[in-house]
Design a protein around this ligand. Structure first.
Ligand code: PLP
Length: 418
């Protein structure tokens, strides 16, 4: 399926027939605690901030708004390293017949362990953030990384990966084809392993470890909410490319709040809205979006759903939204120029789209999206959790959006302008 219109929102509630939900247990609290314990062993580990936006919540007409700010993660400006690092640790644990709980950072990065585990080259495809995380973890653990990026990738993002000692190239193909390229290269290398943040038939262990790694941010946010006296979120809006993060977050909260799950909504880029299209298809099978996947949301420019993430989302997401670029730009500006008294959040194009979506359904001109707000049961009692998954990972684009008003909203025509 090829889509070009990048101006209006595509939304559907979830009417999918449920599956047997066999993947939900991967995101059990117990499994996520293991990942958290691993991440905690890193000297760089710190809990990322959970900001409370009181004025914004009043403005939007909801009870509370919390934003988990992943721009602080390990100094890498995005959440992605949580997945790659945990998957590499689980892989080494498996190869050496150990349990990951016996492999904290200090052990894993020791000379002795390097000798025991041998030299591995970790291959991956990325828009930037995942590859940076894999390259960082490989570097810290004395291993090698090879990273392939799709056409149109930002040079700054490429250079940031190279600085970590990885071999990294920008290819002439889209993200999904880069994944196939990296997988083929890994298969041809006797010491190669593909560490990809998406699953496909026959490739499920590593992506499920990656999702468990992402669970760290969900369990942190959950604990931070409780510590702030919030009973837990009534709503969670989470962005998706292939849907590994969304599957992880939705899976964590579905396990934790079984019986009283929050209303969870997936936000995609409308020009790469494979999960929304799959939800609209309605029979549980996935839809691929092909072609250029043209969007400013580089991290969400993925046309083929993660099969594990999809299975969790089809059972536990309440809605799916394909969001135009202007919604992401609006979210970036709202975070960056907050109401008086609220904290400033630096959020890049893929980080900010749930904010733009939330703001649009709460108060767009003429209440255009009121039906969506009602379908998601969003009202003055709602306690909403959003995740800003990246900071200004492309600083030039960030300034163009915030300072120059790129991708603004033209109310009369109600479409984004470039
Ligand atoms: C900043 C950011 N947010 C969200 C996502 C979406 O994650 P996923 O592809 O698991 O859906 C990505 C993916 O690269 C990303 O880089």
């Amino acid at each position: 399926m090829n889509r070009t219109n990048n101006t209006d929102l595509v939304f559907t509630t979830n009417h999918l027939p449920p599956s047997n939900d066999k993947w939900l247990p991967i995101m059990s609290e117990e499994n996520v605690r293991k990942a958290l314990a691993f991440h905690r062993s890193f000297p760089q580990y710190e809990v990322t901030p959970l900001h409370r936006l009181r004025r914004m919540a009043d403005y939007l007409g909801i009870k509370s708004l919390y934003v988990k700010d992943e721009s602080y993660r390990f100094g890498l400006n995005a959440f992605k390293v949580l997945g790659g690092s945990y998957a590499i640790a689980r892989y080494i644990a498996q190869e050496t017949g150990m349990d990951v709980s016996d492999l904290p950072y200090e052990v894993l990065s020791s000379e002795e362990m390097r000798e025991k585990a041998g030299q591995t080259t970790f291959y991956t495809a990325t828009d930037g953030n995942h590859g940076r995380g894999v390259a960082w973890a490989a570097n810290k653990l004395g291993q090698k990384a090879v990273v392939r990026m799709p056409r149109g990738s930002s040079e700054i993002r490429r250079a940031n990966i190279e600085k970590l000692g990885a071999e990294v190239t920008i290819e002439k193909v889209n993200y999904d084809d880069c994944v196939r390229m990296a997988a083929a290269e890994a298969a041809a290398d006797p010491h190669g392993v593909i560490i990809q943040d998406t699953a496909w038939r026959g490739y499920t262990d590593i992506p499920s470890w990656i999702m468990q790694g992402y669970g760290t941010l969900a369990i942190e946010a959950d604990r931070q909410l409780l510590a702030d006296g919030c009973e837990g979120p009534t709503h969670v809006f989470v962005q998706a490319g292939v849907g590994s993060l969304a599957g992880a977050v939705v899976g964590y909260f579905a396990n934790k709040y079984k019986g009283s799950e929050p209303v969870m909504c997936v936000c995609e880029a409308v020009s790469a809205d494979c999960l929304t299209r799959s939800a609209l298809r309605g029979d549980g099978r996935t839809v691929k979006v092909t072609g250029k996947l043209d969007t400013i949301m580089a991290g969400l420019a993925c046309g083929e759903p993660n099969t594990i993430g999809w299975d969790i989302l089809r059972n536990h997401a309440a809605g799916f939204a394909g969001c135009p670029d202007w919604m992401s730009a609006k979210g970036t500006r709202m975070y960056g120029v907050p109401l008086n008294g609220d904290p400033t959040i630096i959020s890049g194009e893929s980080g900010s789209v749930p904010m733009g979506f939330l703001a649009s359904i709460c108060c767009y001109k003429d209440d255009k999206y009121a039906e969506i707000r009602e379908a998601l049961r969003l009202d003055e009692n709602s306690r909403v959790l959003l995740i800003s998954t990246e900071g200004n990972t492309d600083p030039t684009r960030f300034r163009e959006v915030v300072w120059d008003g790129l991708y603004g909203i033209r109310h009369r025509g109600e479409s984004g302008i470039k």
